[in-house]
Design a protein around this ligand. Structure first.
Ligand code: MTE
Length: 316
């Protein structure tokens, strides 16, 4: 397996943008009908969502929306942070069917437009910590994954959940490029108990509107106590399986990116420290603000029991 040099954190990499009100937000504020399709930055259609605040929402100030939607990792559209917003204009996420299959009693085919209108949509304001040592705070709109998995009824043999992204080279220029080293589709996985944890979210929106293409339209995984690469975007298949499934970054560089990928300031990446993080979009007198990284990204009280007795240096 080819080893890939995941981009290093680089303090000169970005210039934070000022807080900005996107057109869709101004229109929503002006009383445009809630379900009206509104224009997003990349000309894709974004829908304002009807969401209620969910439990576990942290009292945090969200990252400016402009930063969260223009500083992205989504290799299907290229490897630079600006590529996903710049190169995803031809990507048409709707209509979209999410399939749930494998070791379940009731396989499902879910129309994602139905999820967007679901009365179960919750807003969750979560910390997001990338393995590259930067962080954001994102207000997601989504449905706890356990609600969806419970409808499919995993059977007793199911121990892990495997996730698979879409493959559409004609709409995703990064899938035609040899540079990423990734063999598509992008894949991820969780242990079943992690997938059923109430913090684990299937997000269909962010900042009150349907997900922009750059952020993983039409739906992505959000596991706030893990590094961002676990948050697989544009999910087409969820499969319940017996064995630990392969995951994209672990296949590319197993010594650097583990299956668990829990945020942990005490376990450094082989090439950089994980003790602190750059806060995207936040300035201090000395430039971009840094802050200490929290164990399990600040969700220790909720999730540490999942890893009781495990050596977190070994299972990184
Ligand atoms: N999902 C897919 N399908 N392809 C990707 O390249 N990148 C991952 C993750 N999900 C990625 C993906 C990485 S490395 C990170 S840090 C997060 O998405 C970034 O999410 P954001 O761009 O919304 O901040």
């Amino acid at each position: 397996m080819k080893t890939y040099d995941y981009p290093r954190p680089n303090s000169e990499e970005i210039t934070p943008r000022s807080l900005f009100l996107s057109r869709r937000r101004i229109m929503a504020g002006a009383g445009a009908s809630l379900m009206a399709a509104l224009l997003a930055e990349n000309n894709a259609e974004a829908e304002a969502l009807k969401t209620h605040p969910g439990p576990y929402t942290a009292d945090l100030t969200p990252t400016p929306e402009e930063d969260a939607t223009h500083y992205n990792n989504f290799y299907e559209f290229g490897m630079d942070k600006g590529d996903p917003s710049a190169n995803s204009g031809n990507y048409k996420p709707f209509p979209w069917t999410l399939e749930i299959e494998g070791l379940v009693k009731h396989p499902q085919k879910i129309n994602v437009e139905d999820l967007l209108r679901s009365a179960e949509l919750e807003e969750r304001i979560y910390r997001m910590r990338c393995v590259e040592a930067w962080s954001m705070v994102i207000p997601w709109d989504g449905i706890p994954l356990h609600k969806i998995l419970e409808k499919a009824e995993p059977d007793d043999k199911a121990k892990y959940v495997a996730f698979e992204s879409v493959v559409r080279p004609s709409e995703m220029p990064g899938q035609e490029s040899a540079f990423t080293g990734i063999s598509w589709p992008y894949v991820e996985g969780l242990r079943l108990d992690e997938a059923l944890h109430p913090l684990t979210l299937l997000a269909v929106g962010a900042y009150g509107s349907s997900l922009p293409n750059a952020n993983g339209a039409p739906l992505r995984l959000v596991v706030p106590w893990k590094y961002g690469f676990k948050g697989i975007k544009a999910i087409q298949k969820i499969r319940l399986v017996e064995q630990q499934p392969p995951t994209t970054w672990n296949q590319l560089a197993p010594q650097e990116y583990g299956f668990y990928a829990n945020v942990n300031p005490h376990v450094d990446h082989p090439r950089w420290s994980q003790a602190s993080e750059r806060v995207i979009g936040a300035r201090s007198l000395f430039g971009e603000r840094r802050q200490p990284t929290l164990m399990f990204n600040g969700y220790e009280d909720y999730v540490s029991a999942l890893y009781k007795g495990m050596d977190l240096h070994e299972y990184y």
